[in-house]
Design a protein around this ligand. Structure first.
Ligand code: FCB
Length: 455
């Protein structure tokens, strides 16, 4: 594909050559793209309810229609083919499979993902399903959601059904997406569903989510092809400090526990540390054996990387950073070196575990130009710089096996609604017209060049 642009595109300092068999792809999630919330027997999710609550989402927007991917998946897979994707990470909507979370299977829901997987394979795109990307069946939400241990058991049962159906065709599974967001944003500060505001609940829901992850990993192992790889997607945040003062270092450590160790320690090391209790206030309520289930061996870890955390004891440092740094439309600092740092951190924690970047990308104020195209040069530069930083991690011997852009399409950015556009493909929400952005063309070229360069 030929990218027409008048602005400069960032050129890496040295040519990048990624390993053979590197997984090149992009990601989405069910509630953010599918729409069709009443179709084919889908049940209600906690996100339908949250979005319907006044004041919870930008302009009251919801995923009810989204980009209608449920009905347009063939057209969408064809676009992925044009983008040259080798893999597509999507999520399965639990309420499509079990409308009330448990009980009777909704065959039509299961059939949708069956068709989607076949359509992807027909185009030589590897499906990477995520089993939980936040759209918990509402009925389970009413029974306590992730505060209730039964939810983890029901999740395992749902995973059993999905893995039996798709397990013969899936090479990489992701159990749970960003348990930090689901528990802290959902139960701790209430900006995501179910909208609770209790740190105790955040800690408890995080624990039950990790338990669900461990149980799911065991079911997936039993029901998948021997070669299938099982992982989890964690949003991890490298912490940077402005100075060496004791106050700054202490704060940095606390932020690291809060963002990273909270999930890294139980999943990789089967423990919570005393630091956790100090920072989060308490340990979750646990049962014997929980940590063993949570630390069930996995085959790879997914990192979702967007930005870093910058800590200083001096307000002036933070103000200076705000003035000088580049930010995305989400207000997140563009900081490519952080992806190298976080990959290396995870590699140090789990030296034998392959790592995949399961999300990386940016929202910018894209416009469709008079020529009908979207010249999103900022996103191209963002991706180019982050890819260079991933390459650096590989040169430092990190076992990075893949990189997935967030996202394939503009979509429903949760409480932020539809204004934040992350796609390689622009979507006109009135007409549902899809237009590949310049960044999509650029990424397609990048992938093609990588494939061509392979011996
Ligand atoms: C991540 C989520 C994903 C998307 C991106 C921007 O936290 O996993 O669904 O919203 O952020």
């Amino acid at each position: 594909m030929n990218l027409q642009t008048t602005q400069p595109v960032y050129e890496p300092k040295t040519p990048l050559q990624f390993p053979k068999d590197f997984i090149w792809g992009a990601a989405t999630s069910a509630y953010q793209i599918e729409g069709a919330i009443y179709q084919d027997g889908r049940g209600v999710s906690i996100w339908d309810e949250f979005a319907a609550t006044v004041g919870k989402t930008y302009r009251g927007e919801s995923g009810a229609i989204a980009i209608d991917h449920y009905n347009r998946y063939k057209e969408d897979v064809a676009l992925m083919k044009q983008l040259g994707l080798g893999a597509y990470r999507f999520s399965i909507a639990w309420p499509r499979i079990f409308p009330t979370g448990t009980g009777m299977i909704n065959q039509k829901g299961l059939d949708f993902y069956d068709r989607l997987v076949d359509e992807l394979l027909k185009h030589n795109i590897s499906p990477i399903p995520t089993l939980f990307h936040w759209d918990l069946p509402a009925q389970l939400g009413h029974a306590g959601g992730w505060l209730n241990r039964d939810t983890a058991n029901y999740f395992a049962d749902y995973v059993e059904v999905v893995s039996k159906k798709l397990g013969d065709r899936v090479s990489h599974w992701i159990t749970v997406n960003e348990p930090w967001c689901a528990s802290y944003l959902g139960y701790g500060v209430g900006v995501h569903a179910p909208g609770h505001t209790s740190t105790v609940e955040a800690v408890q829901s995080g624990h039950v989510l990790m338990l669900a992850h461990g149980m799911a990993a065991q079911r997936l192992r039993a029901n998948s092809a021997a070669s299938a790889k099982i992982g989890v997607a964690l949003n991890l945040v490298p912490i940077y400090t402005a100075d060496d003062s004791e106050a700054t270092q202490k704060k940095a450590h606390e932020r690291d526990v809060f963002f990273n160790s909270w999930f890294i320690d139980p999943i990789f090391h089967g423990k919570y540390t005393d630091d956790f209790k100090e920072v989060m206030g308490n340990f979750p309520q646990m049962q014997d054996g929980d940590l063993r289930i949570i630390s069930t061996p996995i085959d790879f870890v997914g990192i979702n990387y967007y930005s870093r955390e910058y800590v200083s004891s001096q307000e002036a440092d933070l103000t200076n950073l705000k003035r000088s740094a580049e930010y995305t439309e989400m207000g997140w600092e563009v900081f490519p070196d952080g992806i190298t740092a976080i990959i290396e951190r995870v590699h140090a924690e789990a030296p034998n575990l392959p790592i995949m970047i399961t999300e990386n990308g940016a929202a910018f104020d894209d416009v469709v130009d008079s020529d009908g195209l979207v010249h999103d040069i900022k996103r191209i530069n963002y991706l180019a710089k982050h890819l260079e930083a991933c390459h650096t991690a590989i040169q430092h011997s990190a076992p990075l096996i893949g990189y997935l852009v967030w996202s394939v399409f503009d979509n429903y950015e949760w409480a932020e609604g539809y204004v934040k556009r992350f796609g390689l493909v622009h979507v006109d929400l009135q007409t549902q017209k899809r237009t590949i952005k310049d960044s999509g063309r650029w990424f397609a070229d990048f992938i093609q060049n990588q494939r061509n360069a392979q011996p």
